[in-house]
Design a protein around this ligand. Structure first.
Ligand code: GLN
Length: 491
């Protein structure tokens, strides 16, 4: 009896097979575990997984629920009761979560269950998964390249057929950029859509949890389960319950797509630009109407982000002091040296850099010059989008200016690394929703590397992203291409 029909089975297909009893939840799990055992040693997307617990969850799966029997891989920053939760940091080595994040509770009540802990940049700071304190993750399309980050483990696991879907978090692009570099679908929901309770905070006014999936439809199916107001997160919003799949299958007549001139400038790899321009033509042939727009404050987005993000992160990370969570230095002599030694030993170079930067911009003498000014420019960036969305339904761009870069290429040049998120950061600053989906390949050194198309929508317009994304996806072949590293099932 086959365990999985394909390592790239979508949630929607798996659900059909499960409900028709053509496959059991245990067989589904075993198929995925076989893929993990074969491929993970090379890709290193998973930090750990608990087979026994997963088996128990699969055995008890309630197939009458919308996601009954579906295992979901989880970024190491999201708490699952009883599982390690380390945000890929030494300071949380061996820390075990004492409760489920709200998204995990929500997944469970929809019938899904968590499978495994996925690698990431330490505390979600980075764009390559190389700042993980444990080990890097490698891109399934070319093992000498990074999968992007910070949710690199979540994207690589999906791309390599080691997970049907995963959860990541996106503060400045950490779901969309790795989705783009690995060739899968990644969604950053509108700020406030999804509870952040149980997500280790990176920058609280920017963070959102979202799904990485094989298809746009799966992204909508997962969002159905993830959303909902949560009394534990005061920024989660009370919104009417929606079915995010409702507009999937609608045509694109009447959809106005904005093409921001600031996003088509020098510095984009020529192949990336060409694929995105092809994608725009394809959207037009499907009925969408292109409109040139301007987002005049785009050039300030990266600078503003790295002030606000570091300011918030430096306060959020103050709680890791050796007293309550995870690691405690054995070298300390008194309380002050306990804090100092624990933080010195526990945090990696990028995290320290951001704590120092963030503390600096919040210092009383500099607060007005940096933090306050950044907040004002953030408002201007939000207003740019508000103006644009008076004329268009969504905005189209490349997700990342380049395809997957080589391991080691940027890790010693923080500024270069920060520029990897140049097209994704503004959506977080504005609090709006964005999605990346595959739109073709660029050939580099004999390998085909995926290119990602970014769709940015106004607040609460996820349904439009799914409608447009699905129509594009189904009219192209990109979502059916997979990396060669993945061996066929039952070979
Ligand atoms: N790469 C960006 C950063 O380093 C975004 C990270 C994220 O979205 N968590 O901050």
């Amino acid at each position: 009896m086959p365990t999985l029909t394909s390592p790239f089975l979508s949630i929607a297909e798996a659900r059909r097979l499960l409900v028709a009893k053509k496959i059991s939840p245990i067989e589904l799990l075993e198929g995925l575990e076989k893929q993990i055992n074969t491929i993970n040693p090379q890709i290193r997307a998973y930090l750990s997984w608990d087979s026994e617990k997963a088996r128990l969850d699969a055995t008890n799966a309630d197939l009458t629920k919308p996601l009954g029997g579906i295992p979901i891989g989880i970024k190491d920053a999201i708490l699952v009761e009883g599982a390690p939760a380390q945000s890929a940091s030494r300071i949380l080595e061996r820390y075990i979560a004492s409760y489920d994040a709200t998204v995990i509770k929500n997944l469970r009540s929809a019938g899904a269950y968590p499978l495994g802990r996925l690698n990431m940049d330490e505390f979600a700071m980075g764009s390559s998964t190389e700042s993980s304190a444990f080990h890097p993750t490698y891109n399934p399309w070319d093992l000498t390249r990074t999968p992007g980050g910070s949710s690199g483990g979540s994207a690589a696991a999906v791309a390599a057929g080691m997970a049907m879907a995963t959860l990541g978090s996106d503060t400045g692009g950490s779901i969309r950029q790795p989705a783009s570099l690995c060739g899968c679908v990644g969604l950053k929901p509108t700020y406030g859509r999804v509870s952040r309770y149980g997500l280790m905070a990176c920058a609280s006014s920017l963070d959102q949890i979202g799904p990485l999936t094989h298809s746009v439809e799966d992204s909508a199916l997962l969002l159905n389960a993830l959303t909902g107001v949560d009394p534990h997160d005061s920024t989660s919003l009370q919104l009417p319950k929606e079915d995010f799949t409702a507009e999937i299958g609608h045509d694109l007549k009447g959809i106005r797509i904005g093409i921001p001139k600031e996003y088509f400038v020098d510095g984009i790899e020529p192949d990336v630009r060409a694929r995105v321009e092809d994608a725009i033509k394809q959207l037009i042939s499907l009925g969408a109407q292109p409109i040139e727009i301007s987002l005049p404050h785009t050039e300030y987005a990266v600078a503003v982000y790295y002030i606000i993000m570091t300011a918030e992160a430096s306060s959020n990370l103050a709680r890791f002091d050796g007293v309550r969570y995870g690691r405690r230095s054995e070298k300390s002599k008194d309380l002050l040296s306990l804090y100092e030694q624990t933080r010195e030993e526990g945090f990696g170079a990028e995290v320290k850099r951001r704590i120092i930067l963030g503390t600096y911009v919040l210092t009383s003498g500099y607060y007005d010059a940096y933090y306050l000014r950044a907040q004002k420019v953030r408002t201007l960036i939000r207003q740019d989008f508000e103006e644009a969305f008076k004329k268009v339904d969504l905005i189209v761009s490349a997700t990342s200016p380049e395809t997957a870069f080589r391991c080691g290429e940027k890790i010693n040049d923080p500024l270069k690394m920060y520029l990897a998120d140049i097209f994704t950061i503004a959506a977080n600053l504005a609090g709006i929703c964005g999605m990346s989906l595959p739109c073709g390949f660029a050939r580099k050194d004999g390998n085909d590397l995926p290119v990602g198309l970014q769709l940015i929508g106004p607040s609460f317009a996820e349904k439009t992203l799914f409608r447009v994304g699905h129509a594009y996806e189904q009219s192209t072949i990109w979502h059916n291409q997979h990396p060669l590293i993945v061996p066929p099932i039952n070979e």
